[in-house]
Each structure stands twice: as structure tokens, then as C-alpha cells.
Design a binder for this molecule. Sequence first.
Ligand code: ATR
Length: 274
Amino acid sequence: MTDLYAVVGNPIGHSKSPAIHMAFAEQTGQDLSYEAKLFELDSFAEQARAFFDAGGKGLNVTVPFKLDAWQLTDVLSKRAQRAGSVNTLMQGKDDKIYGDNTDGVGLVRDILQNHGGTLAKKRVLVLGAGGAVRGVLAIILEEKPKSLVIANRTVSKAQTLADEFADLGKVSACGFEALAGQKFDLVINGTAASLQGDLPPLPDGILAGGAWCYDMMYGAEETVFNTWAHQQGAVKTMDGLGMLVEQAAESFFMWRHVRPDTATVIAQLRAQLS
Ligand code: ATR
């Protein structure tokens, strides 16, 4: 019987996950189907359990249910525990629900493997302190950057994250104005500002020579953050399309124990955007 997987969210119509996972399945010869499901807002746990009870094998979880998925999980991976959110669920043979968060690995693998970059010994700046940023901090810190600054509009949220992750490396927090005079080798935008075409109010001159910039958002056009990055002299800009495909590949690996080739799928999606 064909194994059933799904991505669940609200809204969900725009999701590229079905196309990505079906491309992985075709490429690796895995017999599975993968669909997008709209879950009602008020009963995530019941709907997820019903999916598994009906024989579903695994779920990807997106906005706004990643915290609900974390709460539902019986056995959290170490990185999901740290992230405080879950984007990948499966039911084990013991009937327990296993939860993982593959977003951080998706981001770091995109920078390291797809773009040939490095985080080790770099001065890294992360913009934003919401769920998207919390989900990737531990994996960034595993790469041993020289320092990690979290800058956010609401400074207290950045400070909470810095405190929470301080055992993993040199992490500090500040507001955007306080970045003036500092220099960074890699700036990662994890604010939701890009969604509305907004840019956090960043001081000029914070990019070190040779700096790279990464926007966790993506779109058909260059994001406003990446336009800013070019204007400020970044030598390379990246967007979140690669992260999207890499986090999916890690979920696929968790479920199927097979690693798909991501480069071809990223190229296909990129071509469809324009
Ligand atoms: P997500 O799950 O996408 O991280 P979130 O948890 O609501 O969503 O967090 C959104 C992040 O984007 C926050 O860091 C938010 O800043 P605040 O904590 O100060 O609210 C940031 N953000 C959203 N709109 C922004 C804007 N116009 N300028 C700067 N930061 C913005």
C-alpha cells in the first residue's frame, strides 16, 4: 500500500511541500503520496491523531501549528527540544509520536553545501527573535561562529533567546540601532518584515568586507532585505528557497531513510518562481 504523508497548516494552499516531496519520491523510487491538508485552528492534536490513526505515516507542520506539534510529540529530538517547535512528525512502531525540527539543518545545509559557505569563526548577526529564529539558533551555534548577535525590534525577546542559548556559544542581544559601528560577516534575516515588503531599520556600514547575507524568505523578485544587502556591499546574497527544500529533504530522510538530491529540486522550483 502507498504510504501517505501530508503537510498541515492554516492556510495551506500555497505550500510547495507536496511538489518537493513528490519530486523526492520520484527521484528515489519511493512509493508514497504527499498532500496538503488544511487543519482547523482549534484542534490540531485531534486532527493529527486522526491522520495517524487512519494509517498516515508522517506529517510536516507549518504555520501556525509548530508549537502545537511540539506539545503533541511524545518523543522530541534534541534539536526540536531546543527549537521549541516541531515541523516533522511520525508515528513509531511503538505508537508514540516522534517530533523533529529540520528548519535549522535546512538553513545551515543550504549555506554550507549549496552555497559553499561557512559559519565557523564568523561574526554572525540574526535579525528577528520569533519562532522562525528560535528554530534555527541551536544549529547555527553548532557550527561554532566567532559570535552571534540577535537583533530584534522588541529587544527583550532577543535577550530571552540569547539567555536561553548562551550555553551553546557566545550569544548577545540588542536592538537595531545598537548595531551601528559593529561589523558582521554573515547576516541572516529571520524577521517577518519581508513578508510585508518591509525592512528592519538597520544602520549603514554593518557588513564587513566580503560579507554574505541570507534572507529566510524568498520570492520571484529579490527580497527587500537582499536588495539592502547588495546596496551595503554584500558579496553574496541567498534566499530561503534552498532552506525550504533542505528542511524537506531532512524530513524525507527521517521518514524514508533515503537522502534525495536537492539541487535539481531547488533549480526546478526556482524556474517556476520566475
Ligand atoms: P515567525 O514565526 O515568522 O518568527 P513571529 O514569531 O511572529 O513569526 O516573529 C516575527 C518576527 O519578525 C519578530 O522578531 C518580529 O519582531 P518583534 O518581536 O519586535 O515583533 C519581527 N518583525 C515583524 N515585522 C517586523 C517589522 N516590520 N520590522 C522589524 N521586525 C519585524
